[in-house]
Design a protein around this ligand. Structure first.
Ligand SMILES: Nc1ncnc2c1ncn2[C@@H]1O[C@H](COP(=O)(O)OP(=O)(O)OP(=O)(O)O)[C@@H](O)[C@H]1O
Ligand SMILES: [Mg+2]
Length: 258
């Protein structure tokens, strides 16, 4: 059975798209079939993050022309399937999100997971995106404004009868300026199921137009995304010796000891 997971946060720039493509890639590492869909039409970034801006048929085309959603589905490297939205201004304009929600259901049976990247804000489009999921993962950075926005997202999702599977804390420095995992859990009354460290390889991967989980599989952020994938699958992820060495290097660098 296909599970639809929405990646949401009303705060912008906290790592939703990064999470959508890297969780998707991490799930493929565990042998799952995954489709990532860009439902953020105001800042559609998936095509840019994955280097597929020149696709002949875009998600906007299939919605407008009533085509089958699989016409806008592309195979990315290492088996990740992607339905990108066009970032071109020629495709801007209102999207019928209810029509899209119906079209998305055509992907049921086509993969183990459909991961939906959603827009920031709590606009009608965001709410319609949240409604597309069986489960919602809420992304936040460990700072008060982001956590406050995460609370609004969680409440909105629950008001619409959605299960919030957990919070993903992204861009974590683990310094004294941040809220702790326990603080965030208490404020949100929701479990933090992943902590993704601030990791420069994420930005390198953007430059390489590939998910970091693919370009730097042993990097700390990649490791955390694989742990998140394992958590969602109810499996245990055991890091390899190489991955552990990498993590040690990372911690030493952050402590200024390397
Ligand atoms: N773990 C990380 N380490 C370092 N940089 C990161 C990390 N996660 C995300 N970033 C960077 O943060 C920026 C915002 O990330 P991203 O686009 O995923 O956020 P978003 O929530 O999808 O934003 P928007 O609200 O605009 O859709 C990007 O430049 C991305 O490369
Ligand atoms: Mg985004």
């Amino acid at each position: 059975m296909t599970k639809f997971i929405v990646i949401a946060s009303s705060k912008g720039g906290v790592g939703k798209t990064t999470t959508a493509i890297n969780l998707g890639t991490a799930l493929t590492v565990f042998g799952r079939d995954v489709i990532v869909v860009d439902c953020n039409f105001s800042t559609p970034n998936i095509a840019l993050y994955l280097g597929s801006p020149q696709v002949p048929v875009t998600l906007q085309d299939v919605i407008k022309e009533g085509k089958h959603i699989s016409d806008a589905l592309y195979m990315h490297s290492h088996g990740l399937k992607v339905v990108p939205a066009s970032p071109s201004l020629k495709h801007k304009g209102r999207i019928d999100m209810k029509k899209l929600a119906k079209m998305l259901r055509d992907l049921a049976g086509e993969a183990d997971f459909v991961i939906i990247d959603s827009p920031s804000g709590l606009t009608e489009d965001t709410i319609e995106s949240i409604k597309m999921g069986d489960e919602v993962l809420v992304v936040s950075t460990p700072e008060l404004p982001a956590v406050s926005d995460a609370l609004r997202t969680i409440k909105t999702a629950r008001e619409h009868g959605k299960t919030v599977r957990g919070v993903i804390l992204s861009r974590v420095y683990e310094d004294e300026l941040e809220l702790s995992k326990e603080d965030v859990e208490a404020m949100l009354e929701t479990k933090v199921i992943a902590m993704i460290p601030e990791d420069e390889t994420v930005r390198e991967a953007v430059k390489m137009k590939n998910p970091v989980t693919h370009t730097h599989p042993n990097a700390p952020a990649s490791l955390s995304y694989k742990e998140l994938a394992a958590e969602l699958l109810g499996e245990k992820y055991v890091a390899s010796a190489e991955e552990n060495d990498n993590l040690f290097d990372y911690i030493m660098k952050r402590l200024g000891l390397k």
